[in-house]
Structures are given as structure tokens and as C-alpha cells.
Design a protein around this ligand. Structure first.
Ligand code: IMO
Ligand code: MG
Length: 378
């Protein structure tokens, strides 16, 4: 199968976990390269349902090495909780199955506090998952983040806490009116996590490139979806990472020429959680409507935050954008069976935008919010 990337072609929740699970059989290493525990990948194994937010779903297959790449942001408490849950259920009996890159950025308590405070105070809410994802990536780009390699060195961690925390507390207390965070408590708690995580730390890029030299098949497990990409999505209603193909290289240290195929995952209709434009959105709350059918038959509730997902018709013009940006070489359409029982199906094939027609989703939330869908009915 060579090296395959699985990418969400819509706004996330396309059923990536299921497809990753199928491909994992043919891969030796499974890699997460962006996002964090804002993702929620549901896997059904026999009569067991397992939800993973951070650890690649390949972990359910003994002998498959799972890598959390440098492009991911990691919440140590969630990470350790996920490992504990897996071990309890008989998975991940061998610790060497999991590698965490030393350069990835750690989600700290202030990131979560600022994420929640911003959403609470914002007029135009993004509807984030509140997991601290955006603020952690902000600090990464702002060169004031804490990497995993910093967390495991007590002196470095202490120095960084002293540098960073006063600014965060100033913001929390004086701008947002929230409680400040305590340096000693954070140091003790996160040093404890670091000790437990140390055995998993390695170099993602080196490990993957060695595997490539040895002829292994790699599987890259995308989180979120193309329209949530920080550059190519419905900005500002996006997540803070590169969810598109470009994120694979920057988030794992594997060169583009090693990527052999890119599989886009799309539902047979559209869903979106959180705020932002959604041209083909239907009324999904009123019983008896098509939207309600999609919402209920499709069981469209987010597995990370439990929020209802907004639902609408399939959007081919949006998919065209995803296919272009990612260079999709294959497509997997999920949840076709949810359309069973609908008398009429509509597919959006383009939009009217400011008096002109276009057959591809424009960029940016403002243009997208003015798009009036053009449908083909069948
Ligand atoms: P998976 O991997 C669907 C959405 C949030 C919000 C926006 C920004 O399960 O497909 P963030 O917390 O990332 O800053 O929130 O992105 N979002 C997702 N929507 N599936 C996901 O992941 C998502 N991860 C983030 O609802 O609108
Ligand atoms: Mg999900």
C-alpha cells in the first residue's frame, strides 16, 4: 500500500477513524501529525465502542507502532488517561508501541483557561472544543510554547513557567476577569505527568524515515477536516492546525515525495460542529424535515463535546476545493445508508456569489456566507 494519508474532506467527523482502522491492517506505523484532543475518532470493535482523541487508532492492533508527531499538541492528562483506558481494556500491552515526538507542544492549563475565556467573552463565537488547541498553537508560533522535551527537564520547565505564567495570569485576571493559575501547583502536577510520559518520547521524523528506508508502509491519520484548516478552511471558523496535506510533512518530518496516496473521507451529506458558514445547511431541529432525518438517523452528535452537529446536503463544490487542495487520489464516501428513506436527494454543484456562478467553494468565511447553493435534484 506504500504511504497513505487519510484526510477529512469536509468539516471533520467524516468517519476517518473507521477508514484508518481498515488501512491499519496493511501498515506498520500509524501517525497523527496535527491537532490534539479536539479530535474524536470512534471505533467499533466487536460489540465494544472505543473513542480515541489523541492516540492513533492503530493502537488497537498489537504490533503496529503508533506515533504522535511533532505537529500535534498534547494534553498530558488526557494522553495518560487514554493509555490507562486502553490498557484496562487489554490493548497496548507493550509500551514500545507508542512514540511521542519530543518537539511537540504541550497543552498547558493556561491554554485551556484562555480558550474557554475567549469563547465566553467573544461576540463572534468560533465554538471551539475548549481543549486549549488554538492558544497552544498560538504560543508555538509565537515561540513561547513548552515542548515535550522541556517538560521532562525540571530546570528548563521551571524556567519556562517563570517566563510564561506571569503574562498568562495578567491576561486571565486583568482582561478576562478569571482566576490566576498557581505556578507551584502546575509545576508539581505537570512534572508528575512528564515522569510518566518520558518512556514514550522519541523522534518521530527519524523513526519514520528509518521505517521508510526499511520498506515499511506508513499510514497518516488526519484529524479534523479540510474546511477546518487554518489556511484553506472557512477562516476564522477553523481549527488552528494544518489539517490539509501540507500538515503531513511539517507535522511528522517526512518529505512530500514519500507520500504515495491521499484518501479523502466524506460523508454522503455534510455536518459541522461549532460556528461558521455552511452553505447547504438544512433545518435539522424540526421533526419531519430532511435535516432532522440526517441528524437523527445519522446520530450526529459530537463525540468530543457532545454537541449536536449541524446537518445539510452533500456539497460537491466544497469537495472540489478539498480534492484540489489535498491532491486527493482516492475518495471514501461514508454514511450513504443514512440517505435511505429520503424521497428526494439534492447535491450542491456550485453557488451564486454576488451575481456570478462558481463551481468551487470560495475561500474565507465572508465569501462563503454569501454563497447561495445551486442544487441538482434526483
Ligand atoms: P475530528 O477529528 C469536528 C471544530 C470545533 C470548532 C473549530 C475550532 O473528530 O473530525 P478547536 O477546539 O479545534 O479550536 O475548535 O473546529 N472541530 C471539529 N469539528 N470534528 C473535529 O475533529 C473537530 N475538531 C475541532 O467544533 O468549530
Ligand atoms: Mg470526530
Amino acid at each position: 500500500m506504500a504511504n497513505v494519508v487519510i484526510i477529512g474532506a469536509q468539516w471533520g467527523d467524516e468517519g476517518k477513524g473507521k477508514v484508518v482502522d481498515i488501512y491499519t491492517e496493511h501498515a506498520q506505523q500509524v501517525v497523527r501529525y496535527q491537532g490534539g484532543n479536539n479530535a474524536g475518532h470512534t471505533l467499533v470493535v466487536g460489540d465494544e465502542t472505543i473513542v480515541l482523541h489523541l492516540i492513533p487508532s492503530g493502537i488497537l492492533h498489537p504490533g503496529k507502532r503508533c506515533i504522535i508527531g511533532n505537529g500535534v499538541v498534547l494534553d498530558p492528562k488526557i494522553f495518560l488517561g487514554e493509555i490507562e483506558g486502553l490498557k484496562k481494556r487489554g490493548y497496548m500491552q507493550d509500551d514500545s508501541q507508542l512514540v511521542v515526538d519530543s518537539n511537540l507542544h504541550v497543552i498547558m492549563p493556561w491554554h485551556k483557561a484562555i480558550d474557554l475565556a475567549r469563547e465566553k467573552h467573544a461576540d463572534r463565537k468560533i465554538g471551539t472544543t475548549g481543549r486549549g488547541i488554538g492558544p497552544t498553537y498560538e504560543d508555538k508560533v509565537g515561540r513561547r510554547g513548552i515542548r515535550m522535551s522541556d517538560l521532562v527537564k525540571p530546570q528548563v520547565f521551571r524556567r519556562k513557567l517563570k517566563e510564561i505564567l506571569p503574562e498568562k495570569n495578567f491576561l486571565l485576571e486583568n482582561f478576562f476577569g478569571e482566576a490566576p493559575l498557581d505556578e507551584e501547583q502546575i509545576f508539581a502536577e505537570y512534572s508528575g505527568y512528564a515522569q510518566q510520559i518520558e518512556k514514550y518520547i522519541g523522534c518521530c521524523s527519524r523513526s519514520l524515515n528509518k521505517a521508510i528506508e526499511e520498506g515499511a508502509n506508513l499510514l497518516f491519520e488526519g484529524a479534523q477536516g479540510t474546511l477546518l484548516d487554518i489556511d484553506h478552511g472557512t477562516y476564522p471558523y477553523v481549527t488552528s492546525s494544518s489539517t490539509c496535506i501540507g500538515g503531513v510533512c511539517t507535522g511528522s518530518g517526512v518529505a512530500a515525495r514519500h507520500i504515495n496516496s491521499v484518501i479523502g473521507i466524506t460523508k454522503a451529506y455534510c455536518t459541522r460542529v461549532g460556528g461558521g458558514p455552511f452553505p447547504t445547511e438544512l433545518d435539522w431541529e424540526t421533526p419531519g424535515t430532511v435535516g432532522y432525518h440526517l441528524s437523527t438517523v445519522g446520530a450526529e452528535k459530537g463525540v468530543t463535546t457532545g454537541r449536536s452537529r449541524r446537518c445539510g446536503w452533500f456539497d460537491a463544490a466544497l469537495l472540489k476545493r478539498s480534492a484540489q487542495v489535498n491532491g486527493l487520489s482516492g475518495l471514501c464516501i461514508t454514511k450513504l445508508d443514512v440517505l435511505d428513506g429520503l424521497k428526494e436527494l439534492k447535491i450542491c454543484v456550485g453557488y451564486e456569489l454576488d451575481g456570478e456562478q462558481t463551481d468551487i467553494l470560495p475561500m474565507g468565511a465572508d465569501d462563503i456566507s454569501r454563497c447561495v447553493p445551486i442544487y441538482e435534484t434526483m
